[in-house]
Design a protein around this ligand. Structure first.
Ligand code: UDP
Length: 414
């Protein structure tokens, strides 16, 4: 039934640095759509690219080269930024830089709720929101699993959603009131749940492979390295190829176009499929037996949901350091940075009757939270409706049309 009131504007603040922030925002937006259809209007904004002045609006474009060519510098900056005096200065700087753009963004979209999925976009956007007189809920969704940058946490937010108990502990340690910290998991696209239902058994992978034009009969290794296709992806691919395993290899290069082209031009021993940025990761994961990846939190959470054992070959210094221990200590996979050793380990995994793969697969599914996006979306709606109840009650009281009143409450699900 069509709503009698304008849709709720839910504004997501993020930036396209890596693929994880947009993926998280999209996942929650998808869940809101599933729960409330067009009663919710999700707006995903790259605050850096679209609202910072030149040349600062070019910062997202510097992320990929920074990680590729000056990785230690990024790691150093991350660790320095965790020190309280530096974090404080950084917050002051971010406040100065972001405030005018955030103000324009709020004026344009008039949000009914704001969700930040980026650690640089919490304190200043919340301060500006309140300063502008908005009393709408502001929520943070932390998209790192273990290693926390302190600017993620601002005790004044209405809710702070974190993916793991370790992240919750960090949040409380940094002064977040315990009742506002919610451990709901990493938000992943609802399509992962759909693929899980469609292909629930290991044997179903044959059908998933056929649907992608892969050889249905061959075990499949999925090689990926975040949205930017960073790190020694080519070296790892070459080492796997050299092992001559009885498998096929899918290489996802993300937005790294030069790598994609180089890998397409190379000749391979194994059946190899090279893709650029794919929009349906769930389909590729459903077709695979294990994943070889850098330690990106989004990819790890997605692989866990799909029961895919995880072989990590690299991680981004700083924010992804804790993810390595998370995968290894929880029995979800292994970490082997040396390409030849990684390829040899894959050979072991795939050749011992797949017993080890099965154990890791079960462990992944035991710890996965494929419903996280829905749980987060419900939290958003709950926060909005708690505030909305007063406004709604007043609006309803002004109307003498009881039918409209009843429909409104029904639509709201209150
Ligand atoms: N991703 C995608 N298509 C690609 C490569 C990656 O949709 O071709 C998605 C992937 O499924 C995940 C996100 O991008 O949701 C990557 O997030 P992660 O946290 O793993 O790494 P980041 O790119 O943020 O460093």
């Amino acid at each position: 039934m069509a709503s009698l009131y304008p849709p709720l504007n839910v504004l997501f603040l993020m930036s396209d640095v890596g693929g994880g922030h947009r993926a998280a925002a999209r996942a929650i937006a998808g869940a809101l759509r599933q729960l409330r259809g067009d009663q919710v209007n999700s707006i995903i904004v790259d605050l850096m690219a679209d609202y910072l002045p030149w040349p600062l609006n070019g910062l997202p474009r510097t992320y990929s080269p920074l990680i590729r060519y000056a990785h230690p510098l990024h790691g150093l900056a991350w660790h320095l930024g965790c020190r309280p005096p530096v974090a404080k200065t950084l917050l002051e700087l971010l406040d100065m830089v972001f405030s005018p753009g955030v103000r324009r963004c709020y004026t344009r979209y008039r949000p009914d709720a704001v969700i930040s999925v980026h650690p640089m976009m919490v304190h200043a956007p919340l301060r500006v929101l309140r300063e502008m007189g908005y009393t709408v809920p502001f929520m943070t969704v932390v998209t790192d699993l273990v290693s926390m940058f302190p600017t993620w946490f601002c005790p004044q937010v209405d809710a702070c959603v974190v993916p793991t108990p370790a992240a919750a502990q960090a949040a409380r340690h940094l002064g977040m009131p315990a009742e506002r910290v919610k451990v709901l998991g990493q938000p992943i696209d609802l399509r992962f749940r759909e693929y899980l239902h469609q292909f629930p058994l290991p044997d179903d992978r044959r059908a998933a492979r056929a649907a992608l034009g892969l050889r249905p009969d061959l075990p499949t290794i999925l090689l990926v390295s975040g949205g930017e296709g960073m790190g020694p992806l080519a070296e790892v691919a070459q080492a796997i190829d050299a092992q001559r395993l009885a498998t096929q290899l899918v290489i996802i290069c993300g937005r790294n176009e030069s790598l994609q082209q180089a890998l397409r031009e190379r000749s391979w021993t194994l059946p190899v499929r090279v893709e650029g940025f794919i929009e349906n990761m769930a389909a590729w994961m459903a077709a695979s037996d294990c994943i070889v990846t850098k330690a990106g939190p989004g990819t790890i959470a997605e692989a866990m949901a799909m029961g895919l054992p995880i072989l990590l070959f690299s991680y981004i210094l700083g924010q992804e350091e804790g993810n390595v221990a998370y995968v290894v200590e929880n029995g979800l996979g292994a970490y082997t940075p040396e390409p030849t050793a990684a390829a040899a380990l894959l050979g072991d995994w795939l050749s011992d009757g797949q017993e080890r793969l099965l154990r890791m697969r079960r462990q992944c599914q035991r710890l996965a939270r494929p419903n996280a996006a829905l749980d987060i979306a419900r939290t958003v709606l709950d926060l909005v409706s708690r505030r909305e109840r007063v406004r709604i009650f007043r609006a309803a009281a002004r109307s003498d049309d009881r039918g409209r009143d009843a429909a409104f409450w029904r639509n709201l699900g209150a």
